[in-house]
Design a binder for this molecule. Structure first.
Ligand code: B12
Ligand code: SF4
Length: 512
């Protein structure tokens, strides 16, 4: 590793890699950014002799190359970084990380990676031009790494990192960094995100999750800061950046119910419901009226819920922790307060037995549930056996994961089949989510329907039902219009690709 570390003030550039393709998350990503790299950059920016910047490739308005992607050669020429870091929280973006790590390595810049994918697969990451993998929380680790970047002896004194020494991987003396007191972390400095326009601010108070869903990468006992800490962050972002829209990225607000209630009560006392909060909760939160009331009063308008499946066998295999009996009721209870976005996983591989339902029956069961629960919006994905998950381990043990040359990591965004199903063909499994999504977002004479709802129905609705309900309906129509267009485009592109052909050819060869 060589780099010009004699610069007076050195630059650490953190890169959030581009999503491999346009999907339902693209629009959201253009308005926000990833919190983890911003936190790491915030801490790096405080290291003596270093400054930091974040380049979020999904929210970027800087120089681009011929492929339309951020041009890192230009960035490096204009503003040379002495070290770069990569966010690997999403496996689907790991190939872009490898590409960029190669590019920066050719420019002789040391490379560091952190996030779930690199944590679970350090050897793979290190074999793709990454010099150091940071396991777990990056804030304290980066402050220790930057001053000793090029000195392997001193580097081995930093805990929870992996690197190559004497041609093999060394992992230092503990497996994962865990910030002991989240309340001592600095506030995220979004000014460091260069060339971005941030409208929705990701914030967090809780890390880890006490549940153990089979498909999930998030592991570890929950740790949290005080409600006051998060309140202060919101206040500071509002004071310094006029932030009003926040996405609380905590997986489960209910992990510290007392603190969560306190936080929302503090917000509503100070700001009423003038802010906009998006949050993620579990369906069972419906049982907690006090929580829902407090959230509503504080300006929570949108909740994402991993409902996963209305089929009990799926829920059991996922270890979701509830069965379907009360799901419709729970959705109805939460819907009284918020816009409810339900996230589903369809075609989950069952544990210990074959799926007895036909693909047609699965689609029917999902539709029936959705018709009864009436969520405001939905997202149906395929099971993603992500790196480090128990689901991946189970499928690997059964030799059911498609190898990387057939289904590389870029397809791990929930839209593609990544494993061999049983009880149905690969093509049948691939088709399930699109069937449900298309049905949900379809409207007859789409454009006419949208225009009619906007210009004729909306004013009448506004007059009869008032602002809140009529605007909600209008947003839903707009969303249906856009989502259907996106789904249609995705399906057209998918049909033109040879993805299914490759999978089927592989399976054929495996059988013969
Ligand atoms: C917010 C979020 C999103 C947002 C992303 C917004 C954005 N721009 O990032 C949205 C809603 C768009 C999203 C979408 C999806 N997501 Co998501 N998402 C999350 C969530 C809930 C929180 C991430 C977060 O901010 N955490 C808080 C920060 C502080 O922690 P952190 O990111 O881990 O960062 C710390 C360390 O990792 C480390 N670190 C991170 N980067 C770096 C870099 C360096 C150099 C260093 C030193 C350290 C370091 O330091 C940080 C600070 O301590 C995570 C779950 C989770 N808890 O991580 C899932 C998660 C990342 N998502 C996941 C998935 C599967 C998806 C989807 C594919 C499907 C879905 N669930 O809807 C889509 C993918 C979209 C696509 N285009 O491919 C999986 C990823 C698994 C994997 N290995 O791929 C996770 C882990 C959830 C899970 N159930 O397993 N997601
Ligand atoms: S899916 Fe949600 S509830 Fe389940 S383990 Fe992951 S973070 Fe926890």
């Amino acid at each position: 590793m060589t780099a010009d570390l004699n610069e007076s003030l050195r630059l650490f550039r953190l890169i959030i890699p581009a999503f491999p393709e346009v999907n339902v998350f693209t629009r959201m990503a253009k308005k926000t950014t990833a919190l983890g790299p911003v936190m790491v950059a915030t801490c790096a920016n405080k290291v003596w002799g270093w400054r930091a910047e974040v380049i979020d490739e999904n929210n970027y308005r800087g120089p681009r190359n011929v492929q339309g992607l951020p041009d890192h050669e230009v960035l490096q020429r204009e503003n040379p970084a002495q070290a770069v870091g990569f966010y690997t929280g999403l496996s689907s973006t790991i190939e872009r990380v490898w590409e960029l790590a190669g590019l920066y390595k050719r420019m002789k810049v040391p490379t560091i990676a952190g996030g779930w994918h690199a944590h679970y697969l350090p050897e793979e990451t290190l074999s793709h031009n990454v010099d150091i993998v940071v396991h777990g929380d990056g804030e304290e680790a980066i402050a220790q790494i930057l001053p000793v970047l090029l000195n392997k002896e001193l580097l081995s004194l930093v805990g929870g990192i992996s690197f190559i020494q004497d041609q093999k991987m060394t992992t230092t003396y503990f497996k994962e960094n865990k910030v002991s007191d989240i309340g001592l972390l600095p506030y995220p400095d979004f000014n460091l995100v260069r060339y971005a326009r941030i409208k929705v601010y990701p914030i967090s108070r809780i890390r880890g999750c006490s549940r153990n869903c089979e498909f999930c990468s998030v592991k570890g006992e929950p740790r949290f800061s005080t409600s006051r800490h998060l309140f202060n962050i919101v206040q500071w972002l509002n004071d310094t950046r006029r932030a009003k829209n926040f996405f609380i990225v905590d997986d489960r607000l209910e992990e510290d119910l007392k603190g969560t209630l306190e936080f929302f009560e503090m917000i509503s006392k100070e700001y009423g419901d003038s802010f906009n909060f998006q949050v993620q909760i579990r369906l069972e939160a419906a049982e907690n009226n006090r929580l829902l009331e407090a959230m509503k009063k504080a300006g929570v308008r949108f909740v994402s819920i991993g409902a996963e499946s209305p089929i009990d066998e799926d829920l059991k295999s996922m270890r979701k922790g509830y069965l379907s009996s009360k799901m419709v009721e729970w959705v109805a209870m939460i819907k009284r307060y918020f816009w409810v976005h339900l996230m589903f996983i369809a075609g989950y591989p069952l544990k210990g037995k074959k799926c007895e339902l036909s693909p047609k029956e699965i689609v029917k069961r999902f539709k029936k549930f959705i018709r009864r629960a009436r969520p405001n919006s939905i997202q149906v994905l395929l099971p993603g056996p992500g790196a480090g998950t128990d689901l991946r381990k189970r499928l690997e043990a059964q030799a059911r994961i498609f190898p990387q040359d057939i289904v590389p990591w870029r397809y791990y965004d929930g839209n593609y089949v990544c494993f061999i199903p049983d009880g149905m063909t690969t093509r049948e499994l691939q088709g399930i989510p699109a069937k449900i999504m298309r049905w949900f977002y379809w409207r007859p004479f789409r454009l006419l329907h949208f225009l009619f709802r906007t210009f004729i129905i909306f004013p009448i609705d506004f007059f009869l039902r008032g602002k809140e309900l009529s605007v909600k309906s209008l947003i839903r129509e707009k969303l249906c219009y856009e989502a259907y267009g996106l789904i249609k485009k995705w399906i057209e592109r998918f049909r033109k690709s040879d993805f299914m052909g490759k999978l089927e050819e592989y399976q054929q060869k495996k059988l013969s």
